[in-house]
Every structure is written in structure tokens, then in C-alpha cells.
Write a protein that binds this ligand. Structure first.
Ligand code: SDX
Length: 432
């Protein structure tokens, strides 16, 4: 009997089945249940996928108990301190840190794909000016595929790489356009002389009537924000991209589906919700009322920016963002932001409160990011767009990894059926 196995017994029939246990390079091993229906006639049930590994991946490792996050083996703390977003993009996509020559080539390719088809600007005109920018992003990113029909054969590795560059390069342009459209300012074209993050901030805040110098403080803060949001294993939006891509849908459609999933306040929409919550609390003296509501099982209110499906310790990204928030607000002379004071007091009270301690609810990546984005001048309804912009490389790298897999097949979960048993149709005139 292979030691690396799990034997289960169906007590109804007395039948036993031995399932292989597969070890990874880090983290819990998995039991392979892919044949359990064939061998046992049973499905496994795991709503919310709390105990389910959906794939094998070499990209990101998370240890929720230790608060560890590695990208291709590199600790997030080191990448946030020493790297830049575009280099992390290279690392996530290609699996190693680039040499100078590799990075120069990668940077040139990305820089020269940042423009979008002039016709695409007209898509924005169809939205109301007060449309949520995430609604716009879901639409325009999916629509990008309509400009590239000649290179959408997802089973062709070269087509996949071209699409990856196009998505990575054009997301900043589309994101900045969604902001400019909302504020009624002209769209700003990418500037090839600027680096990736600088270029995005320039497209966001420059206007045609005068030159705009992007502050290095803002660039550094945005680099950190984007590195910390780049990828995060099989979260809801990444799993959405994988499932959509598994049907051989084109990557623009798959990423558009991921943007939709990220929008939810339980996921990437939390950063916008945190600022709304801090604003609603309004006064540090009212924190107790909201802590009580968060603990009340009858109240649907949750402390936005707290809790995580995987981290049962401090989200390592939140730790880095906490320090960055202080630094950025200091450098931008915004330490008087009342929401920072409320956030710090809320964090302290929550971390000492028995309810949060017992349920291992710690601040997550969304708790501090909004304070930094707000200090940079990003409006609240753009926070999740920034998250989508940063996470696009995670979606792209995970999609590329899936599509390169031998034997890749469509994801199609089953169910436990609890509906009506077979019954005959009753003509309407005979119904009671
Ligand atoms: C992101 O998956 C990822 O990696 C996501 C992400 C990424 O980078 O992709 O890290 C980004 O989405 C971060 C999470 C952002 N969301 C929020 O901040 C929203 C607030 N948090 C919660 O909605 C919640 O914590 C989740 C959705 C994040 C996690 O939900 P789980 O794992 O399903 O946990 P749960 O809802 O089962 O909660 C466990 C218990 C429950 O109490 P009981 O039913 O056991 O009595 O903790 C309670 C919950 O009521 N709880 C909270 C709470 N979060 C959980 N109570 C108050 N406030 C909260 N924030």
C-alpha cells in the first residue's frame, strides 16, 4: 500500500478506495479525487472551495497561518521593497527575475503596445458619465478582442503571448481613460518616454493644456500598491479567469469576467467599501458602535478590510501597506486625514477584541490601500479599477500557465441535486 495515499471506505457498501496523496513544493499536500466518481459513484461537495485545490500552479504560494506570500519563491516583502511592478510582471509571467537585457526587451515590448485602437475610444461614449468605472472596464476589456481577430487562436502559444502583452500594456490606458471619461477631461495618450507606472499616473492626471510632472513619491507609492495586488493564488477573480479561459474563450473575454468577479465588495470591491465605511463611521468615538454591529450575527454589516479566506494571520500585504500609508501621508502632508486616525483606532480595537481574535480576523490588503490611493488623488470609485489594473498580470500569468498545461480541459463542476424528483407536466387548466 503506497504510504502517500488515503483510503476511504463507503460504509453503505463496505467498498474501500485508495486515493493518491500528492505533495507540492510548499504547503499542504492534496488528495487526488479526480476518479472518485468513476470508482465510487460519489461527488465531493465543498461550497466556497474551502478545502479544494482547483489546479497545480508554480506562480504564487500563500501560507495563511504564517502570513507568507511568495511570487515564484520570492517573498512579497522583498519584492515590494526592492523591485518594481513591471519586473514583477516579468517574474510572474516567465518564472524568473529578468536579466537587464531581458527586462529591457520586455519593457520595450510593453511600452510599444500601450496605445489602443483609436476606434476603441468611441466605446466609452456609450456609457453615462456617472457610470462606475468598473462597469466600463468590464465592457472595454472584453471588447478589446474585437480588434484582434487575427491573433486569437488560444491554442497557439505565440498568439497567447501577443494577447498577454496587449492586455498587460493596454490595461493602464483603458483604466486611465475610464477616469478621464468620468471627469469629462480629454483622454491622454501614453508617453513612451515614461516608465509603466509613471505613464499610468500621467494618463490619469495630465491635461493637454500644460505639462505634468509625475511626483516620484506618487510613483513609488503606486509601484508598491501594484506589486502588492499583482497576484494572489486562486482567489475568486483568478479562478473566474481560469474557468472562463478553460472553455478556450479568448483572454480578453476571460479577463473581463475576472474584472466582474473582482468588483464584489467581498473581494476587490472591499477597498472602495473600506473608505466608505471609514467615512460613515466619521468619528473615532463611533467605532464601538460599528464593532458591535460587525459582531452581531443578526446584522449583515461586516468590517470591510478585515478577514480573509486564507490568511488567519496578518495579511503580509496589509503590514507593508500600513507602513506605506504612514509614509505616503507624511510625504504628501496628509497625516491630518481623519480616516487614517479612524483606521488606526479601528485596527487597534479590532485586534484586541475577542470576537476578531477568536475568528482570526485581521486587516487584509484592502484595509490600508484605499488611504494611499486617496492620498495619491485617486477617487474612491477608481480603487477597484486600480486593483484590476494591478491584478491583470496575475490573471494573465495564471491563464498562460493553464493554457500551456498538457491535457488542459474545460472546468465543469458537478452538484448535489436537492430539487424535485421526476414528475409529469400538468396542463394549466388542471392546476389547482
Ligand atoms: C480580497 O482570496 C483572496 O486572496 C482575495 C484577495 C486577493 O488578493 O485576491 O486577498 C483580495 O478579496 C481580500 C478580502 C477583501 N474583503 C473584505 O475585506 C470584505 C470583508 N471580509 C469578509 O467579507 C470575509 O472576511 C471574506 C469574504 C474576506 C472571507 O470570508 P470567508 O472566508 O468566507 O469567511 P466567513 O465569511 O466564513 O467568516 C468567518 C466568520 C463568520 O462568522 P461565523 O459565521 O463563523 O459566526 O467570521 C465572520 C463571519 O461572520 N467575519 C466577519 C468578517 N469577516 C468574516 N465578521 C465581521 N467583519 C468581517 N469583516
Amino acid at each position: 500500500m503506497d504510504r502517500n495515499s488515503l483510503t476511504i471506505r463507503d460504509n453503505r457498501s463496505g467498498k474501500e478506495v485508495t486515493l493518491p496523496i500528492i505533495e507540492g513544493s510548499e504547503g499542504p499536500p492534496v488528495v487526488d479525487v479526480s476518479n472518485i466518481f468513476k470508482d465510487f459513484g460519489l461527488f465531493t461537495l465543498d461550497p466556497g472551495f474551502r478545502s479544494t485545490a482547483s489546479c497545480q500552479s508554480e506562480i504564487t504560494f500563500i501560507d495563511g497561518d504564517q502570513g507568507i506570500l511568495l511570487h515564484r519563491g520570492y517573498p512579497i516583502e522583498q519584492l515590494a521593497e526592492k523591485s518594481n511592478y513591471l519586473e514583477v510582471c516579468y517574474l510572474l509571467i516567465f518564472g524568473h527575475l529578468p536579466t537587464q537585457a531581458e527586462f529591457t526587451e520586455f519593457k520595450n515590448l510593453v511600452t510599444h503596445h500601450t496605445m489602443v485602437h483609436e476606434q476603441l475610444q468611441k466605446f466609452y461614449q456609450g456609457f453615462r458619465r456617472d457610470a462606475h468605472p468598473m462597469a466600463i472596464m468590464v465592457g472595454v476589456v472584453g471588447a478589446l478582442s474585437s480588434f484582434y481577430h487575427e491573433a486569437l487562436d488560444v491554442e497557439d502559444a505565440h498568439h497567447r503571448e501577443i494577447a498577454a502583452y496587449r492586455l498587460l500594456s493596454k490595461m493602464p490606458t483603458l483604466a486611465a481613460f475610464s477616469y478621464k471619461y468620468a471627469v469629462g477631461q480629454p483622454f491622454m495618450y501614453p508617453q513612451n518616454r515614461l516608465c509603466f507606472v509613471e505613464n499610468f499616473l500621467h494618463m490619469m492626471f495630465a491635461v493637454p493644456c500644460e505639462s505634468y510632472h509625475v511626483s516620484p513619491v506618487l510613483v513609488q507609492a503606486m509601484e508598491k500598491i501594484m506589486i502588492l495586488h499583482a497576484d494572489h493564488e486562486q482567489n475568486a477573480s483568478t479562478s473566474t479567469v481560469r474557468l472562463a479561459g478553460s472553455s478556450l474563450a479568448n483572454p480578453f473575454a476571460a479577463v473581463s469576467a475576472g474584472i466582474g468577479a473582482l468588483w464584489g465588495p467581498a473581494h476587490g470591491g472591499a477597498n472602495e467599501a473600506v473608505l466608505g465605511m471609514l467615512g460613515e463611521i466619521g468619528d473615532p468615538d463611533r467605532i464601538g458602535e460599528y464593532i458591535r454591529r460587525a459582531k452581531d450575527p443578526q446584522d449583515s454589516f461586516r468590517l470591510m478590510g478585515f478577514g480573509h479566506r486564507v490568511y488567519k494571520n496578518y495579511d503580509p500585504r496589509a503590514k507593508i501597506l500600513r507602513a506605506a500609508a504612514h509614509q505616503v501621508l507624511q510625504e504628501l502632508d496628509r497625516t491630518d486625514d481623519p480616516r487614517l486616525k479612524i483606521a488606526l483606532k479601528l485596527e487597534r480595537i479590532a485586534l484586541e477584541d475577542d470576537y476578531f481574535v477568536k475568528k482570526k480576523l485581521y486587516p487584509n490588503v484592502d484595509f490600508y490601500s484605499g488611504l494611499i490611493l486617496s492620498a495619491i488623488g485617486i477617487p474612491t470609485n477608481m480603487f477597484t479599477v486600480i486593483f484590476a489594473l494591478a491584478r491583470s498580470v496575475g490573471w494573465i500569468s495564471q491563464w498562460m500557465e493553464m493554457m500551456a498545461e498538457k491535457g488542459q480541459s474545460i472546468g465543469r463542476p458537478r452538484q448535489l441535486y436537492t430539487g424535485a424528483k421526476k414528475r409529469d407536466y400538468i396542463p394549466i387548466e388542471n392546476r389547482g
